[in-house]
Design a protein around this ligand. Structure first.
Ligand code: SAH
Length: 371
């Protein structure tokens, strides 16, 4: 963990908390909003020009600025998708991805350095979890990317490195920070959180009663198959997980979203599609709006799993639709920077050993993977 014992992590504080902080320095209350909006724009303490120099110097001495730096950036020459490697103050690195859609820009953020969930096809979990990210470090990814891209970020997906519900308190604080009207003001309705299925935390999230979209990484339709790819299923089997989801969605009334990564020969047969549809209908009958987001596996070098070809992925999607399910095959963004979640960080750990700053635009397509 970064050393936060002596210096205050000011970028993790909400406006009311900052008001108390500045009051303790003998400063007027309005400093809180000035500070919060300057930080959201990407200013460092020294760049808060609405503050007297003496106050800026005092913050430099007594507070920590934990918005990450951009250590590396890959821009897709095909569609502008930008993958950032963000470096924290202690040198740890995580990934964030900026995706451009017709309706706006969305940033995929990480919630932990590494992950301890152990999903077999995922690169993020290979070295385990190093540490949780602080609220300022999650929020800081949005600040740094927005500043770099020179544009407003309209939505957020918590689908980067880490399991957000394994760092729930910091994630909840992040949601407060990023949606605050004095700062980036990103509406909670434009934020989705993806989880491998920590059922008791889903219950806690339900109690927080936020209008975010919850996505569940399902990836299999029987306990046996799911446990084989996702060890978390031993702790929270399908019935426990789907019952928690049913309660969550009954309480919030938000649309239900399931992710299903297609693994060739493991979970992509017509029978799998039928079983998946039956399973979801059992918990969400009738007209409950369930959405299935199909993802083609992005093969990870260290793992044996393979992706079905495009025709097989489409056939799986059509089979679900024929059974009355609402399913879509996720469009591939940035195919020339196709490193799966966690792979950029891993390749840096392997190749360089130590962090360094580079910026490159991928134009040679050398790292396109054919699956
Ligand atoms: N821990 C959260 C967020 C992780 S990543 C979760 O498990 O939901 C977001 C999604 O990408 C998850 O559904 C995850 O299972 C999936 N994923 C991870 N690695 C992948 C890969 N190599 N190819 C395709 N999808 C992958």
């Amino acid at each position: 963990m970064p050393d936060t014992t002596e210096k205050t992590d000011l970028c993790s504080l909400t406006v009311p908390e900052l008001e108390a902080y500045f009051a303790s320095l003998g400063e007027p209350k309005y400093r809180a909003k000035q500070f919060f909006s300057a930080i959201a724009r990407g200013e460092r303490f020294s760049g808060i020009t609405t503050f007297p120099l003496s106050l800026r110097a005092r913050l430099e001495e007594t507070a920590q600025y934990l918005v990450p730096e951009i250590a590396e950036k890959q821009v897709s020459a095909l569609d502008g998708t930008t993958k950032y490697l963000m470096r924290m103050a202690d040198g740890e690195e995580v990934e964030s991805v900026l995706m451009l859609y017709e309706h706006g820009a969305s940033l995929c953020v990480s919630s932990q350095v590494g992950c301890r969930m152990g999903c077999r096809f995922c690169a993020s979990t290979i070295g385990g979890r190093i540490r949780d990210l602080l609220p300022s470090e999650i929020y800081g990814q949005v600040i740094a990317a927005g500043r770099d891209a020179g544009r407003r970020i309209d939505g957020i997906v918590m689908m980067g490195i880490g399991e957000p519900l394994d760092n729930l308190a910091n994630v909840l604080r992040f949601l407060t920070l990023v949606s605050a009207p004095e700062g980036l003001n990103i509406g909670l309705r434009h934020i989705s959180l993806s989880t491998c299925g920590l059922a008791d935390r889903i219950e806690e999230l339900k109690r927080a009663d936020l209008p975010i979209t919850l996505s569940i990484s399902l990836h299999a339709s029987t306990d046996e198959r799911r446990s084989a790819v996702m060890p978390v299923n031993d702790r929270y089997p399908l019935d426990t997980l789907l019952s928690a989801c049913r309660d969550y969605f009954a309480a919030t009334g938000r649309r239900i979203s399931f992710e299903y990564t297609l693994l060739r020969g493991e979970n992509d047969s017509e029978e799998d599609a039928r079983r998946l549809a039956r399973l979801l209908r059992r918990y969400f009958p009738g007209s409950t709006p369930v959405h299935i987001n199909l993802i083609r596996l992005n093969p990870v070098r260290e793992r044996d799993y393979r992706s079905p070809d495009d025709a097989a992925a489409k056939a799986f999607c059509e089979a679900l639709c024929r059974m009355g399910m609402n399913a879509t095959l996720r469009r591939r963004l940035g195919p020339d920077i196709n490193a799966a979640c966690g792979q950029l960080r891993r390749s840096r750990i392997k190749e360089t050993g130590s962090p360094h700053t580079t910026e490159r635009t991928v134009t040679d397509y050398a790292n396109i993977r054919n699956d």
